[in-house]
Ligand binder design. Sequence first.
Ligand code: NAG
Length: 319
Amino acid sequence: MERKLMQGMASGNHTAVTQFFFVALSNILGLRVSLFFLVLVFYLITLVSNIIIITITVVDPALRSPMYFFLRNLSSLEIGYTSSTIPKMLVNFLSEDTSISFLGCATQMYFFSFLGITECCLLAAMAYDRYVAICYPLRYTAMMSRGVCFQLSAVCWLIGVLVGVGQTTFIFTLPYCGPNRINHFFCDLPPLLKLACADTYRNEVAVYTITVTFIVVPFLLILVSYIHILHAILSIPSAAGRSKAFSTCSSHLIVVTLFFGSGIVTYLRPKSSYSLNTDKLLSLFYSVVSPMLNPLIYSLRNKEVKEALRRVMARKIFI
Ligand SMILES: *[C@@H]1O[C@H](CO)[C@@H](O)[C@H](O)[C@H]1NC(C)=O
């Protein structure tokens, strides 16, 4: 694939770019080392907490409800999502050689956008699951049967694959002839569009429209679900019940807003008003911080999960 892409580009009157370089974050070694350890710790927390969630939702029979099916699915996805960018980012913080091959960059963008779009969609499916559970408790088991859950998540993965393939193919068939320095932590859409040497205005609009659709629509669905949920919560008679339900909702809303907010601000702005350093900082929220907060807020704060964790650990100790 790489050969074909490069031949395609070399046939123009420009010399084709065969690899990219990430611009070093700073010349100050101390700053790079600090950021390295910070991101490393975030990454390890993400990996460990997601592995814990996958393990207990598989092992513990009490965690069989649709919510935990979605959580397990989200956890497996997040391991891939963070692993598509963070390891290379960590290497770049410390190494002098910050190059990435053309194919490597395309592969990174494919997995990052495929898993990112799937994540947006799964978060929407999870909000819908909570909406049904809270607003239609009596019909919940019928409405969220195993088959429905499986289909909902399968549709999310399918949308992710399609958007990922489409976007990556589009970006990497553009001509790259000139500067090959990426001022970013990984091969993300905006910095690469900026490097393409064709006048791509119309195509750019198309790509942005598609990406934004698959980020903004799930976000709106989540907001609508939570508005209904809040409405239902406010009619709970006991104040204690109200505040408990409210605290779960508000923490979900905070992580969702952080993830979608940083993504929307980054992808929605046109190339011309694109400020590299703001986007670099924002990208850390949707690539590093939010994936770490998700498992903590969605499940480890949850009483059922904590109890299951205790049971699993007690069993391990007895064995
Ligand atoms: C996530 O969902 C997909 C599609 O429904 C399924 O094929 C996959 O096995 C699920 N993954 C986990 C870890 O449950």
